[in-house]
Design a protein around this ligand. Structure first.
Ligand code: ATP
Ligand code: MG
Length: 483
């Protein structure tokens, strides 16, 4: 186990200590850095607590490093100051005491002692401090025996857990998040308090909750965090749609798989292949509409017909409620949910070129994400089956590459554009243009014409004439007019 002096062996701590001694201010590095250093996890965020003004200390540290005054960002309301030194992010704050009101997680803050400051911290492992002043260089202050909890891998609140969570309910999400990130257990009393106090989460903004949820999703084995969230009742509060995936119905002696555990397995699987948060969200949501689409068909079995389309349509409202971004990331997740069965369908039937072309066209840049999701979606316990499915996907992928190379189809835009249709038939915007465009696009995807002028032109003219339009250009005239 590291000693206090080893925790602060980096030169930056010596210099913060020098600055603190110059203005005679007791100072400590505290919280996450101490924890991570003992665990051997890299950490570039340093939180410094001092007995006095954090802002004054930050300014003195800036002087120590010959940095201009304006390099210190001051947050007067919070009495904190931040400073970047090389790739270190330093935060300075005066030791404080907090008292909470029932309806807010924002406490009343008073000056306090180091002990007060350690008492207000969320977990024993986050409450350790190491002194930076020369007189007590490297003295470790660990009032709640955080070291022992680090050793036995336990998340535990320093004070009574019910009060700790009720005061600031975000700490409940943090408890599960640290347990997932570090692979720790939650101490039984602390866990009971999570179960009792989870309704208090209602005073926390969804943005803060999702921030923690996303950190859980980005863990090595996210299912661990989800199972903890579920076991203490937090999951049902923040993400009820997901909890609805639970359970197995049986008819005529036939059950279906439990989609809750299946989805968690898919999430763990995809997490072995990508750190992209949104690919992982696609795994979480890929079967989200299974509960609503579940049917038992006599003599056949369970079906979830259309769950991919219905799920895709639910993505925006789920993102909106969870305060996740409503931008192209959401669209990516939506597309993956919508298409997640397509490669499977392809691998089952005789693979036609037109089906491959359609998939390429619809998946576009998301093809790799889609194939990664599909592979993760195989959760059969039968090893032979898994191997067979994966081989089928290899085959599909190979064929996709062939078609893509021969047709350069990914993200293709048909050469016949709306603009062009209007010019050739000398018409303004109207529904004819859409109809002609669709006819051309379909013909390209079906493979009956190539995606070039020579092949597209006659079809456009033919479709136009069906709609009662006549062209005002021949192809050579048109090409000349645009060159
Ligand atoms: P990470 O940076 O990986 O999220 P961290 O422990 O550094 O982990 P921060 O949110 O940066 O977490 O907070 C720094 C320290 O402040 C924590 O170690 C903890 O001591 C304290 N802290 C942060 N949030 C809370 C909270 N909601 N309640 C009590 N103490 C907190
Ligand atoms: Mg931190």
């Amino acid at each position: 186990m590291k000693t206090g002096q080893e925790i602060i062996s980096e030169d930056i701590f010596r210099r913060i200590g020098l600055a603190a001694d110059r203005i005679q201010m007791e100072s400590y590095v505290v919280g996450g850095f101490v924890r991570d250093s003992i665990l051997g996890r890299p950490c570039k965020d340093i939180d410094v607590v001092c007995i006095g003004s954090g802002i004054a200390l930050a300014e003195e540290v800036a002087r120590e490093f010959d940095l201009p005054d304006h390099s210190v960002s001051i947050f007067k309301n919070f009495g904190t100051a931040m400073l970047k030194v090389d790739d270190w992010d330093l935060e300075f704050v005066g030791a404080r005491k907090e008292s909470y009101q029932r309806d807010s997680r924002k406490p009343l803050v008073m000056e306090g002692t180091l002990e007060d400051d350690q008492n207000r911290r969320d977990f024993t492992i986050n409450a350790m401090a190491v002194q930076l002043n020369q007189s007590n260089w490297g003295k470790l202050l660990d009032p709640f025996n955080g070291i022992a909890d680090l050793k036995s891998k336990i998340i535990r609140t320093p004070l009574e857990p019910g009060i700790t969570f009720s005061d600031d309910p975000l700490r409940m999400m943090r408890a599960v998040r640290f347990a997932s990130q570090l692979g720790f257990d939650i101490y039984p009393e602390t866990f009971e308090a999570l179960q009792k106090e989870n309704e208090r989460l209602e005073i926390i903004s969804m943005e803060r909750i999702s921030e923690e949820l996303n950190k859980i999703i980005l863990c090595q084995k996210p299912s661990y965090g989800f199972l903890l969230l579920d076991a203490c009742g937090l999951l049902a509060r923040i993400f009820p749609e997901f909890v609805k995936l639970k359970g197995v119905d049986t008819e005529e002696g036939k059950g279906h798989k439990d989609n809750f555990y299946h989805t968690l397995q898919v999430l763990d699987n995809i997490s072995q292949h990508t750190n992209d948060l949104w690919w992982r969200w696609a795994a979480i949501l890929h079967d989200i509409a299974k509960p609503q689409t579940k049917r038992f068909v006599k003599g056949k079995g369970w079906t979830f017909h259309g769950h991919e389309e219905m799920g895709a349509r639910q993505v925006p409202s789920i993102f909106k409620r969870l305060k996740l971004p409503l931008n192209e990331k959401m669209k990516l997740v939506q597309k993956l949910v919508r298409l997640h069965l397509r490669p499977i369908a392809l691998s089952k039937e005789e693979i036609t070129h037109s089906a491959l072309r359609r998939l390429l066209f619809e998946a576009g840049d998301e093809l790799e994400a889609l194939m990664t999701l599909c592979r993760a979606d195989i959760t059969s316990k039968n090893g032979d089956k898994v191997k067979r499915y994966l081989r089928n996907f290899d085959l599909v992928e190979e064929k996709l590459k062939e078609v893509e190379a021969s047709d350069s189809l990914r993200n293709f835009q048909p050469v016949i554009t709306g603009e062009m249709i209007m010019q050739v038939f000398d018409i303004g915007p109207g529904k004819e243009i859409g109809l002609i465009k669709i006819a051309v696009r379909e013909a390209i995807l079906e493979g009956s014409i190539r995606n070039d002028f020579e092949s597209g032109w006659p079809l456009m003219i033919k479709e136009g004439e069906v709609l009662g339009l006549s062209p005002v250009f021949t192809l050579p005239e048109f090409l000349k007019s645009i060159s």
